[in-house]
Ligand binder design. Structure first.
Ligand code: FES
Length: 108
């Protein structure tokens, strides 16, 4: 199977992203963050909700992304803001794996 359907976009091969790592994905001028956690692959908006810092520069710990600027934390599975100074949740996006490739769903 190739592309899983409308609104799904190829990010890249699964082996391009180690477990407990994060990478940026740009589409139409918008940055997303793609995570590989102990529970699989997840995706969110790429910028921290505190001060627009790229989360792809942060650290993945279990299912949490820690922002590199002020160490605010989000659960990447739900986008929930977990610790100060972040208080606004992250927007998350569905992810599927097909043929060892990562796809993100970005509704139009
Ligand atoms: Fe992310 Fe401040 S910019 S915690």
């Amino acid at each position: 199977m190739s592309n899983p359907g409308p609104d799904w976009y190829l990010v890249g091969p699964t082996d391009a992203l180690d477990e407990e790592d994060v990478m940026p994905y740009d589409r139409d001028g918008h940055e997303y963050a793609i995570y590989h956690t102990i529970n699989g692959f997840f995706a969110s908006d790429g910028m921290c909700t505190h001060e627009e810092e790229p989360l792809a520069d942060g650290i993945v710990i279990d299912n949490v992304i820690e922002c590199p600027l002020h160490q605010g934390r989000f659960d990447v599975r739900s986008g929930k803001a977990l610790s100060a100074p972040v208080c606004v949740d992250l927007k998350t996006f569905a992810v599927q794996i097909h043929d060892e490739n990562i796809y993100i769903r970005i509704p139009q």
